[in-house]
Design a protein around this ligand. Sequence first.
Ligand SMILES: [Zn+2]
Length: 244
Amino acid sequence: MHIILIGAQGSGKGTQAELLAKTLNVRHVSSGDLFRKAFAEQTELGIQAKAYIDRGELVPDALTVSMILDEIQSLHGIQGTLLDGFPRTVAQAQALDRGLQRIGQHVDTAVYLAVPREELLKRLSGRIICRAHQHVYNIYTHLPRTTGVCDIDGSELYQRSDDAGPAVQRRLDIFFNETIHVLDYYGAQHRLIEVNGNRPAEQVQTTILQEIQHSLTPTALFSAPLPHKMLTGEADSPYSGFPS
Ligand SMILES: [Zn+2]
């Protein structure tokens, strides 16, 4: 089972990805993390990708797809992936489909976390992250227990420069001008779930799980049964009460 999570910066994508990966027993694959890992381990693909970046060029889609396929093929005892941060363009979505097809797999569904632009701006301007692991907090919606300190690892919290000012507008422009077309791509193939992301995180999560359950074909359900906890709400996530 391969699920794509699409959402603008500030849409709550990271939070939803973590919860979904746990509940569905799929690997959360963020393209940013994949690159960082490939560079650090100096894999062949990592070295190739770094050469493009060092020249100030974009990493070709086929190369990124190869990294994702490598990751998928290295999974053991995990039912699939939740892709986050890729594809960002229709060309990337097509490249991903071709790559998955080569290994006899496919994208089951794409989930779009819809949040109005004004709300995204507000959330991003309040966002603070930790230095050690980029855990995310928000001065409006999700304060740490101790001011300025990460609950999880105790490292310092700060605001990223691209979460403030014109950089935020630019990132949202890219999303609403470009990535939004990826929705049409999956929508035309009836592989898109649109969820109202402008609600508390636990409600968003419940809706996503219900919609995924409805969208999976009987074949997909048969080959990759959903964990019992997903159907009953006995998840080991902080949320409960998922209706059966
Ligand atoms: Zn942290």
